[in-house]
Design a protein around this ligand. Structure first.
Ligand code: TYD
Ligand code: MG
Length: 452
């Protein structure tokens, strides 16, 4: 079989070269040449447009709501925006062993009761998939399984089987004959994903690509896939705890930042309906250095405990954070020092978000500061205490979006005292919740002191 021509293209300047070189001959950048498939030049590029789509006015285009099929996993559907969409391509990333294959097999099994489903595995054999299905107690009789890693054969199988829902586990194991680079290389991953996506769109197949994540948290192949697909989901959570979060990073068919919460059990992943409970550790009596915050994940307020430990450090004290941004921590310590006169200069500061959750919103600032202050002073916050709010460099406490919802969720879960930004203070009292509205961090610290 004749191979298609390949060439090497520079990821910096886009220049091309017929063979691989360490240094780009055009811009001089090192190690930027990547193998790509050469586009065959067509002679009449602008003439054969007879079959092309005419240009239309937006109002003339009939926009039909796409039908969604629920996957049977309520938490997964939440992140997908209601279910799978014909022709929709989902990329699901996460560390090895976090539960991607498990979740997708469960979804495939329940979808197979209404749709033709194909599960393509490149990492495991068919027998291993069958064994897992049995262990999960899935019926799985209608799920078609193919153990294959060659793209051309997979495309052929997709054509002959015509599944409505197809899982590719994983995109990094696939290779196309047209390219000479190894499976998992950027060129292969991009080529395979692009071809599969094209097929999914034309055939109306709902496709899920599983992707592995590199050590620095990016999907292997510098995010090459994220713009090709419609939806990007990430698995989060540490493999030591049984809780897993699935977060939507991008979604052309729904809202982003929605999360689904699962617990890994012997029978696979089970949705958790009330996730706040798992991100709060259970202290009998309140302990110093712990503060609960209400964070907003998509449309869902979530109560998460932040813990801080401030301890005598050496000449170069450490600042470490798990689940929160470290740069933000350094900034908060500076604000705390400058505006509230609380110094952690010669102290090690460790901050952790309980339950392996990752919090990126600035509304966590106030709770982090109060936890640090509590640990430093050895004073616990009162029982049933929550806080949220962004802290600015000038020491001001800025409002967080959707404050009312956060407070209502806290009240629902039995919290009784809240320190919140002034602009988030509700006009009408919330039953069972005493609210201290503050404008500056000094006020917040003062409010906490008066409560103790
Ligand atoms: P898996 O879905 O294979 O992870 P990934 O595809 O993301 O690499 O999940 C594997 C882990 O989940 C493995 O460590 C065992 C655990 N597990 C359970 O705890 N219960 C189960 O029912 C299954 C199938 C797996
Ligand atoms: Mg797997």
């Amino acid at each position: 079989m004749a191979k298609d021509k390949t060439q090497f293209s520079c990821s910096e300047c886009g220049g091309s070269s017929p063979k691989w070189l360490g240094k780009c001959p055009h811009c001089g950048a090192w190690n930027t040449l990547q193998e790509v498939r050469a586009e065959s030049a067509t002679a009449h590029r602008f003439q054969s447009l007879s079959g092309a789509q005419p240009v239309a006015t937006l109002s003339e285009i009939v926009a039909t709501e796409l039908p969604r099929t629920p996957t049977g996993q309520e938490e997964l559907d939440r992140t997908l925006g209601g279910g799978i969409v014909p022709g929709g391509v989902v990329l699901i990333g996460g560390d090895p062993g976090i539960g991607k294959s498990t979740l997708l097999l469960q979804a495939a099994d329940s979808l197979s009761k209404q749709l033709p489903v194909l599960y393509i595995t490149g990492e495991e054999s068919g027998a291993q998939v069958a064994l897992r299905a049995r262990r999960l107690g899935l019926d799985g009789r209608q799920v078609r399984v193919l153990a294959e890693i060659q793209l051309e054969k997979i495309l052929f199988a997709l054509q002959t089987e015509g599944p409505a829902f197809c899982v590719i586990d994983s995109i990094q194991t696939l290779y196309s004959e047209a390219l000479t680079s190894a499976p998992g290389s950027v060129a292969q991953v991009r080529e395979c994903a692009a071809q599969l996506t094209r097929h999914a769109k034309s055939a109306g197949t709902s496709l899920v690509l599983v992707g592995h994540v590199t050590k620095d948290g990016a999907l292997a192949g510098p995010r090459v896939l994220e713009h090709i697909v419609d939806t990007v989901l990430y698995f989060e959570g540490d493999t030591h705890s049984s809780f897993r979060l699935v977060r939507a990073i991008k979604n052309r068919f729904g809202a982003v930042n929605e999360i689904g919460v699962f617990a890994m059990t012997e029978k696979g992943l089970k949705g958790v309906a009330n996730p706040s409970a798992i991100f709060l550790s259970t202290h009998g009596t309140p302990v110093p250095g712990s503060c609960v915050l209400v964070t907003l994940e998509g449309t869902r307020p979530l109560l998460v405990e932040v813990q801080a430990l401030v301890d005598n450090g050496g000449p170069s004290p450490r600042r470490l954070s798990v689940g929160l941004e470290r740069d933000r921590l350094a900034m908060l310590l500076a604000v705390l020092h400058r505006h509230a006169g609380v110094s952690c200069m010669d102290q090690d500061v460790f901050v952790n978000a309980v339950g392996g959750v990752r919090i990126s919103e600035p509304a966590a600032d106030l709770a982090v500061l109060l936890a640090i202050q509590g640990s430093l002073r050895g004073k616990a916050l009162p029982r049933g205490f929550v806080a949220f709010g962004e802290v600015g460099l000038a020491g001001e406490v800025r409002p967080a979006p959707r404050g009312q919802e956060r407070l209502k969720e806290a009240a629902k879960l039995g919290f009784s005292v809240a320190v919140v930004p002034k602009a988030n203070a509700p006009k009408k009292a919330i039953e069972g919740l005493t609210i201290h509205a503050v404008e500056r961090i000094e006020e917040a610290i003062e409010a906490v002191r008066s409560l103790a």
